[in-house]
Design a binder for this molecule. Structure first.
Ligand SMILES: [Zn+2]
Length: 230
């Protein structure tokens, strides 16, 4: 934990501190330390510029360093904060209190006066479902390889830097009747061969391919490609 963070002084620190001290009943929420005068303000989401009181917890320096070292987890700290916020003795203000996080916490506990809920990040779904070209990595990469090759050949005609890479992909999507919100990799796997044949044809029809002539190999076949990269 040698990483330096920009620490912005808590605005109205004395007032905030008094509020936080009341919240914990002047006792460290993790141990029984009562030397509240020496307590420190901890930023639960570890974002030192998030000075929302819902993100702050007053505690003794020993427990503070335990958090910093990871001996007390962020989840435990959060739970403690919510517990304290829920306590009718300390939470005298009317209405709801919410812990606000503006950092990139994936698993967060959000609490208000009555409820505590755990928002758990969903496991990442594979981007393309089974049955799509995108689901099969080698096939997807081969399509990417061919599209790139086409654009390289096209560059010869229009000049370096003038190829609009999105144009050919958009054309292919239209040709294969894919919805605008989809990508080429959403194409059903059964149509992989058809797509490959079409791109081959388009590469072979470029000016450069014609100049190179019939005998010239403009791209690897899928078999060759998958032997090398599959
Ligand atoms: Zn403590």
């Amino acid at each position: 934990m040698t990483e330096k963070k920009i620490r912005i002084k808590v605005p109205k620190e004395n007032k905030v501190r008094a509020e936080l001290q009341k919240e914990i009943g002047s006792v460290c929420p993790f141990c029984d330390n009562e030397e509240v005068g020496h307590f420190e303000i901890h930023h639960i989401d570890e974002n030192p510029s998030n000075n929302d009181t819902g993100n702050l917890l007053l505690l003794c320096s020993t427990c503070h360093s335990k958090i910093t070292k990871g001996d007390i987890s962020q989840l435990e700290t959060l739970k403690k904060k919510i517990e304290l916020m829920k306590s009718p003795i300390v939470s005298k203000s009317a209405g709801q209190k919410v812990v606000n996080f503006n950092s990139k916490i994936k698993n967060a506990i959000v609490g208000d006066y009555n409820n505590v809920s755990i928002n758990q990040a969903k496991p990442a779904k594979p981007k393309y479902p089974q049955g799509c070209v995108g689901f099969e990595t080698t096939k997807a990469n081969y399509i990417g390889h061919l599209v790139k090759r086409f654009n390289e050949y096209k560059e010869y005609e229009v000049g370096k830097g003038n190829v609009k890479y999105a144009v050919f992909s958009a054309h292919l999507k239209k040709q294969f009747k894919l919805a605008p919100t989809r990508t080429l990799y959403n194409l059903p796997i059964e149509r992989f061969g058809e797509l490959v044949d079409y791109i081959h044809l388009r590469i072979n029809s470029t000016k450069l391919a014609k100049i190179k002539g019939h005998g010239h190999k403009n791209y690897s076949t899928f078999d060759e490609y998958s032997k090398e990269y599959g």
